[in-house]
Design a protein around this ligand. Sequence first.
Ligand code: PBG
Length: 332
Amino acid sequence: MTFASFPALRMRRGRSSSWMRAMLAEHRLHPSDLILPLFICAGEGCEEPIPALPGVSRWTVDRIGAQAKAAAALGIPCVALFPNTPAGLRTELAEEALNPDNLICRAVRAVKDACPEIGVLTDVALDPYTAHGHDGLVDDRGCVLNDETTAVLVEQALVQAEAGADIVAPSDMMDGRVGAIRQALEREGRCDTAIMAYTAKYASAFYGPFRDAVGSRGLLKGDKRGYQMDPANADEALREVALDVAEGADMVMVKPGLPYLDIVRSVREAFRVPVFAYQVSGEYAMIEHAAAAGAGDRDALILETLLAFKRAGATGVLTYHAMDAARLITRS
Ligand code: PBG
């Protein structure tokens, strides 16, 4: 490629006015790029603010439909639901995950009743239901068991699909779970239920506020490095994507978001499949705290970070800023 050089080419001509910048923009953020995570708590008529995530709340099932409606009105296509299971229902074997009347299943039905036009994604993993805070079943030594966990995850995915989830999203990082879930969905006649695999999910320090939100932080024994990916690895993410795509994942995810944009880009280039990024709780908190400390303009920080995902090749972003971002995009 050859380029003209100065003075024939003055790059600033392309930045000289608002209309010119709009005309030449290579990437754009749209509300349909955003998925809104919502937290559910037990009880009735309640909004419970989450101190670790300033501006984010847990909602009781009777209030969740209104949140989904507000998201849909802003053009957000999908919500991701996460339960804060009451402490008394968290057990070694996570039985509550399979209860068709658990918080998540009731929340799915409430969203579908209130707002049939929005997509509903549910998380498949046992951490909101286990007494030890791990995503799977553990043996005597505290090691998370792969195949035994997968068998429970399959049942959990079926229960969520039965409740009306449009997309089930395994976030547990067990080997072989995508294929096992896909087969079970087909067998049960649920060929329309999609799978968004948390494919390249790293053992990250950015998940802290989420664990507060779902009430698992204090419970977690040890860490998740035996199943989530090592932040040192990039090629390994492509091996994970190859497996999940072969096993039937409709879409894959990279998580966390901003610190892993290199992975988003290489997955997109290598596989050309829909790839979502999860701008996780710690990233949200960083922006909120930075803005509160006067380090930058909050609205601008939100839009600039979300646009970075698009530039990296993400199909969409799960973000706690989804509602604010959708409002800002629509206004500008
Ligand atoms: C649990 C799960 C986690 C997140 C989504 N699903 C936490 C973890 O793996 O410990 C994190 C999301 C966030 O930090 O916003 N399987």
